[in-house]
Design a protein around this ligand. Sequence first.
Ligand SMILES: [Zn+2]
Length: 226
Amino acid sequence: MLPSSTVENYLKAIHHGQSSLPKGQRLLPMGHVAAALSVTPGTATTMVKALAESGLVEYEPYTGVRLTKAGDKLAALVLRRHRLVELFLVQVMGMSWDEVHDDAEQLEHVVSDRLIDRIDEMLGRPTHDPHGDPIPSADGAIAPLPLDNLLTCPTGTSLKVTRITDQDPAFLRFVESNNLKPGQRIEVEARDTAADAVRLRRANRKPLTIGARAASKLLVEIDRGK
Ligand SMILES: [Zn+2]
């Protein structure tokens, strides 16, 4: 029997990989799975075959892998535990949003359903974690991703930051110190493709220019509040 944390990490990695597949591509290449988990392709293949036998993934040799409905639900429940734990550590334990990810990576495999339900209730059934990632419901449903990041959104329009897709502590500290956390309001003033830079306008702060790579990790929606 495989340890459940290994199974859960594979399901999570496949779930993440699938969400960034180009439109029309159904199966996630095995090379992607191996790289995401830092294992050899042979190890990844052995593991994925075992997951296929358990009915958690569909596996096609030499083509790739995809979660079944059962695998998708399990992955969503791991993400639910991870994100509720992160929010708990920030809101209740007073930890900073840039230091909770690693602890959540451990705790997501061990907290019981009963405990996670209590946390959910205690936090008022939140919809998003501190990084703006949606918290799946107890039956495994996940809200869709916002579509735009700071490279693709309209310019000269008031925006609200909704989600930070890179949880590297240094990047999160950069985001926080520049008032770019989820919920904060900004506007893209201009994009300079030659310099690979995006110029931002923020309320009560000086304009800020950030690189295209950083801009691609900040998801936004049009600000419909006043
Ligand atoms: Zn996290």
